[in-house]
Design a protein. Structure first.
Lengths: 228, 228
DNA sequence: ATAACGATATGATAATTATCATAACATGAT
DNA sequence: ATCATGTTATGATAATTATCATATCGTTAT
């Protein structure tokens, strides 16, 4: 067993391993693989066979799909302890989306078959999986509906608030996405993401230094995300 | 036990009950309630406590949420054998969406607590729930992304093809949604849904008799849903 | 039967968003 | 250092979509 990844100490313990004992803990621990990815590296490719149940230990990743013309749509951004291979792992045998590292990231890979076996044996684990899957899917769906209602500036504002409050916990942060990726996330063009950012800067709501964003007036930004 | 709803004969057996035996089957059968709803009747109201695990036996329903200004967004349309109370039942204690009957419908209500208990006890059932939840959430997310890419006529075309091929299995069918509801589903205005339908009719692709739609040229409609 | 209401329908116009063109800037490769 | 490439940036214009106004049709209530 990889000593750098001790299941009993792992941060994932609470979420996944908490209810495993004896044999099951051994299976998880001996079967798992930790992997490191550099920013920009591909972790999962759409269309490939699902063998692993993948968890994000550190870093940040994007889930996205690519349409026939090569354009990408970002489905969601996953933070540490989010399931990464979640959406279709129990209903499909191939991924219908790709995952790429937005920051240097570490993933933990468990075998799907082990997860299935254990979920069958261990009801508490199965319920925990159901709960987490429900939560993740719910969040994606509600976010998508929320974004759809908004105008361009509101979408960009929503995204900035998300990073500030849910990922970096600071009014100042480095955007992990390019303007193009932001556009792919919220369904608008790259030019209009740039324009919206410029407008927010002109209005004194943000300061922008390349990828670094400093939110000057969070209240106004929130009201733009809400109504504008 | 309600003789009109015999679990061993129920159409849901395959999906939910297949793996239950003895005590569990008794619990399901004695605890369940079947309800009938007329077209337009509310089945679930956003914000209410989740007590039941609800399944659609017959009819057609819409899942939607209502924003602060009272506007509705339709999340998905559920057909028989779809879970109705699915998305948040394992992660929330209150519904974050409403469900209303689009056609006269019959639902089967199981107690959430029974489901939880049984999923804990019965791994096969838990996996079946995981699989179905994964499938439903996946479909909603991919559909939403698909619709977002399209222009107005393409969205309407997509919707018509969905009803024709996945709900009514016929090129001619009665729309279960008003034009306003179609708009709430695909994120456009009512006027533009009507206009798009008129255009499709003018181009000889559809015939429209009020709520009755007859698809004349499915191939063209599909290419509009795909590219236009 | 008629009034009232909501759904469907269409046109004119305004608002929003995308596209195209161009340029500055940064980054990595040679 | 210089080149090539991709990202950020801004403006002009075109395309798309929403809004507002109005009218018809169908249904339900009185």
């Amino acid at each position: 067993m990889d000593p750098s990844c001790n299941c009993e100490l792992c941060e994932l313990r609470e979420l996944l391993v908490a209810n495993l004992e004896g044999d099951h803990l051994d299976i998880i621990c001996s079967g798992k693989v930790e992997k490191e990815y550099k920013q920009g590296e591909s972790i999962i490719k759409e269309g490939t066979l699902i063998k692993d149940f993948t968890y994000l230990k550190s870093g940040l990743v994007k889930l996205f799909r690519t349409d026939s013309s090569g354009k990408e749509q970002i489905i969601t951004i996953a933070k540490p302890f989010d399931y990464v291979s979640l959406l279709s792992v129990f209903s499909n045998n191939r991924y219908n989306y790709s995952v790429t590292a937005l920051e240097d990231s570490v993933t933990c890979h468990l075998k799907m078959n082990d997860i299935r076996t254990m979920a069958e044996d261990n009801g508490t684990l199965a319920l925990s999986l159901l709960k987490n899957m429900s939560r993740v899917a719910d969040k994606i769906i509600l976010d998508t509906l929320e974004i759809r209602k908004k105008h361009l500036r509101g979408r960009v504002a929503y995204l900035l608030i998300y990073f500030s409050q849910n990922v970096y916990y600071s009014p100042e942060f480095d955007l992990p996405l390019t303007r193009k990726e932001m556009a792919e996330f919220v369904g608008m063009t790259t030019e209009n993401v740039i324009r919206s950012l410029s407008e927010l800067r002109r209005d004194g709501i943000l300061k922008i230094y390349g990828k670094t964003i400093q939110i000057i007036n969070m209240d106004t930004l929130k009201s733009i995300a809400e109504f504008g």
